[in-house]
Design a protein around this ligand. Sequence first.
Ligand code: B1M
Length: 222
Amino acid sequence: MNEILLQLAKCVEAGKINRISPYPPGMKDQDGADEITRKALELNYKPDEILEGALIPAMSVVGNRFSRKEIFVPQMLMSAKAMSAAMVHLKPFFQSGETKRRGTFIIGTVTGDLHDIGKNLVAMMVEGGGWEVIDLGVDVSSEKFIKAIDERPHAVVGLSALLTTTMENMRKITSDIKAKYSTTTVLVGGAPVTQDYCTKIGADFYSPDPQGAVNYLNTHRG
Ligand code: B1M
């Protein structure tokens, strides 16, 4: 891999956001994902080259380390933040349509549920996997999901729930979505959710962690 892309990938893997960020201590006073992405664009690297050649592989390394329990939520959050700092510079190119994304992923925490830490991680990792992400936030009803799908009918949908009570709302949301858009793929996740539950409610895929969702999207839809 080219030197500057390697440097950028290293920042994302380590969670080095920008020069002033004190984390990780071993990279103090060094440029972070923010500065290096800006530099790469100034050197005429293409946004998709930066995304595909540095950010996506780095986030994939991070996601796999998290799945193997080699790192934990705080480290993964720092990596996701470093990736977001890089994406700030790339987003204008993607939004202008100059550079293509792999697809659109609509995500939200289901009706009645206000937990968003896991959902945000999934959103960040999927964005790091090269997808456009529409984050509908928390306490999201069937109507709100369907309105978002109306606007992007080819999108894949992700539902997150953290409570055994609100998990039941996944069933209704999945069936409401499927009633209107039978071919829309619905992914489910969150601490109380299981593969068995996913199958029972007619959702398409269950992942216990963000990387599983990214792998599924990139293998089956990307
Ligand atoms: Co709440 N809470 N909480 N809470 N809370 C839990 C979930 C609980 C297990 C704590 C406990 O009692 N031990 C319990 C649920 C019990 C149950 O239903 N079985 C609980 C409760 C009861 C409640 C309240 C009802 C408390 C009350 O008011 N009496 C209340 C409910 C509010 C509501 O939602 N309506 C409540 C409120 C809150 C806070 C607001 C204070 C806060 C949320 C802040 C926020 O999210 N902004 C909070 C928190 C922080 C927690 C705990 C401590 C941590 C949750 C978390 O963020 N985990 C939690 C106890 C615990 O887990 N130790 C607890 C870290 C996060 C990275 O993991 O969200 O599981 P997680 O996401 C993972 C995976 O599940 C997966 O990827 C992530 C990374 O691996 N994943 C997906 C998630 N979504 C996915 C989607 C996918 C794929 C993977 O595809 C689409």
